[in-house]
Ligand binder design. Structure first.
Ligand SMILES: CC(C)(COP(=O)(O)OP(=O)(O)OC[C@H]1O[C@@H](n2cnc3c(N)ncnc32)[C@H](O)[C@@H]1OP(=O)(O)O)[C@@H](O)C(=O)NCCC(=O)NCCS
Length: 183
């Protein structure tokens, strides 16, 4: 696979095959959330007011991302982001988010934010009482098993908070954000 042949573009909402590819990626990547609802979730992701971006290789969708306007047009939530497993580690995730950020900024977006769950003990924030010394623990965060927060750090996002126990005791949601335009 030559990564130069992976094209990044706005999601073609008329292409049933791409929508099906994307629903499969959702169900496979997050079975606990989308095993039975991936197709319905795709309808939300491709909704009128949202923005969605896809990566295509050889007429197959190999990744996608989306953004939801949550605070008028200024604050947008990045949701979801998935790259097909055998296409990871080649800059596709970073390219998808870059295109999404440009489109969000063009629509008046000032900040993009996201929540990235740690349900499976992938960071040092899992399995601990985050109501005790929360900020100290965020400062000392360690990536134990390829949690994606580090991907987001590399493309300019900062950890701006944590929701302790969001997914059950010791299973936090890590909140991250990036400023998209200068003041
Ligand atoms: C997270 C994900 C989208 C990254 O996509 P990708 O195409 O592999 O990412 P890129 O190749 O653009 O990576 C950019 C940089 O981040 C790093 N990176 C990517 N994933 C990482 C991870 N899980 N842990 C640590 N670093 C990571 C890469 O090594 C690369 O670093 P470099 O610039 O120093 O070479 C992909 O791994 C994925 O789909 N994961 C499953 C779904 C998921 O967790 N989505 C996020 C939910 S919030």
């Amino acid at each position: 696979m030559d990564k130069a042949n992976v094209t990044i573009d706005f999601f073609d909402k008329t292409n049933e095959k791409y929508i099906k590819n994307a629903a499969e990626l959702l169900a496979n990547s997050f079975p606990q959330a989308y095993q039975d609802s991936a197709r319905a979730e795709m309808d939300e992701i491709l909704g009128e007011e949202r923005i969605a971006v896809m990566a295509v290789f050889d007429d197959m969708l190999v990744g996608f991302t989306g953004a939801i306007p949550q605070y008028g047009v200024t604050g947008w939530e990045l949701h979801p982001l998935i790259v097909k497993p055998d296409f990871r580690g080649q800059g596709i995730g970073a390219r998808l988010v870059e295109k999404l950020e440009e489109a969000v900024a063009a629509r008046g977006g000032v900040v993009m934010y996201l929540g990235t769950d740690d349900e499976f003990g992938q960071t040092s924030l899992a399995g601990t009482d985050l109501f005790d010394d929360l900020y100290g623990k965020i400062q000392m965060i360690k990536n134990i098993n390829r949690h994606p927060y580090e991907f987001y750090l590399k493309i300019g996002y900062k950890i701006v908070g944590v929701i302790p126990d969001a997914n059950g005791f010791g299973k936090p949601d890590i909140l991250m954000a990036k400023r998209l335009v200068r003041k």
